[in-house]
Design a protein around this ligand. Structure first.
Ligand code: PLP
Length: 389
């Protein structure tokens, strides 16, 4: 037998293990140090009350023969897809029920969607970005072209002359917090239509967008329904990181190489996926009610306030950064020409603050750090006071 030899081409991912190792070693040598982790990529607030109520009711239903649910529709229950149709109508985007596929989170579908594309496609991925895009393509053996995201282009690479077949767009971006505006996304849609390419639009942080002028969905750009798949998640919108629910939109107008990508994705999902738990989908439905939206917005406002506190501290210190406005991430430029790991060590050893080195998100992340707003207000303030004192 032979294994998938493409796995040997994966770079060893040591980012979070190395962060944990350095923290562990420091704590062992300095047991009294009170460490504050501004590296957490996970939400810190619990599920909102309407979600808990909906899931509690669903649990009770599962305990009675008359309301019990076994296997559901692989695409997701109609009630949740209808809620998402309405949510998108509020963005001015018209979707059909069968263009929405409920998932167990964006990460799974970011990888799984590649199942419907040839391994001969050339893939464009921004650098730095969420590492899953590059790794899932390397696992399949596709050629990856990196798009430089740097201070000069505001961490928002734009299309070039080179031909690619699949384009990843993450807006707002993890880790930089940069968000594309309408003109920039229009340029990407025009490129994709001209090159017969497909955009994989990761909108995991769309709920953090704080300006009504900025697009929160690629389908707000005319023509995107003919060239884009959108992947979204309730993880950061509604604290579902542990509950697991997201959705993928594959428009019926998306036809490539003579095939309907919607039909192919349906075929893939009905073959390899058996749906998201009923209880979770009832909780997700509650997110999209007016009450659910209001409660989730409160949590997002809390994270946004933390980001503001961090931004104000770095302004005071004269350390440049971006992000934090439409995103839970602050992207900090390491001062004095320090590398990501050098400044990581300074913050750990002198201030007892743990962050994430930007170099772990791609070569252009060298010299930067990612700080997250996923923390308590108290810890965020305390960490910033340590830095500014
Ligand atoms: N996409 C991006 C850009 C992310 O940063 C993350 C998680 O951090 C995900 C997708 C994964 O989301 P989910 O929890 O829905 O799998």
């Amino acid at each position: 037998m032979k294994v998938n030899e493409n796995f040997s081409n994966l770079a060893t991912s040591y980012l979070f293990t190395e962060v944990a190792r350095r923290q562990r070693e420091y704590t062992a040598a300095h047991p009294d140090a009170e460490i504050i982790r501004l590296s957490i990529g996970d939400v810190t607030r619990p599920l909102v009350p309407v979600v808990i109520d909906a899931m509690t009711k669903a649990v009770a239903e599962m305990g009675k023969a008359e309301t019990f649910h076994g296997y559901g529709d692989e695409q997701g229950y109609g009630f949740l897809r209808e809620a998402i149709v309405k949510y998108y109508a509020g963005k001015g985007v018209e979707l059909a029920l069968d263009e929405i596929f409920i998932s167990d989170g964006a990460k799974s579908d970011v990888g799984n969607i590649l199942n419907i594309f040839s391994t001969n496609n050339i893939v464009a991925v921004p650098d730095p970005v969420y590492p899953v895009y590059v790794d899932t393509n390397i696992m399949d053996g596709r050629k990856v072209v990196l798009l430089d995201a740097n201070a000069a282009n505001g961490f928002l690479p734009m299309p070039g002359e080179e031909h690619v077949d699949i384009i990843y767009i993450c807006s707002p971006n993890n880790p930089t917090g940069a968000v594309y505006n309408r003109e920039q996304l229009t340029a990407w849609v025009e490129y994709a239509l001209a090159h017969d390419a497909v955009i994989l639009f990761d909108a995991a942080y769309e709920a953090f967008i704080n300006d009504p002028v900025l697009p929160t969905s690629i389908y707000q750009i005319p023509g995107a329904e003919k060239c884009a798949i959108e992947l979204c998640s309730l993880s950061k919108t509604a604290g579902f990181t542990g509950t697991r629910c997201g959705y993928t939109i594959v428009p019926k107008a998306l036809v490539k190489d003579g095939a309907s990508l919607n039909a192919m994705w349906l075929r893939r999902q009905t073959t390899k996926f058996n749906g998201v738990p009923y209880i979770v989908q009832r909780g997700a439905e509650a997110v999209f009610t007016p009450e659910g939206m209001a409660q989730c917005k409160e949590n997002i406002a809390h994270y946004r306030e933390n980001a503001k506190v961090m931004g104000a501290a770095f302004d005071k210190l004269g350390i440049s950064y971006c992000g934090g406005v439409h995103s839970p991430y602050i992207w900090l430029h390491c001062p004095d020409g320090l590398t990501s790991w050098e400044y990581f060590d300074v913050l750990l050893e002198q201030y007892h603050i743990v962050v994430t080195p930007g170099s772990g998100f791609g070569k252009n992340g060298e010299g930067y750090l990612r700080l997250t707003a996923f923390n308590t207000a108290e810890n965020t303030k305390k960490a910033m006071e340590r830095l500014t004192k």
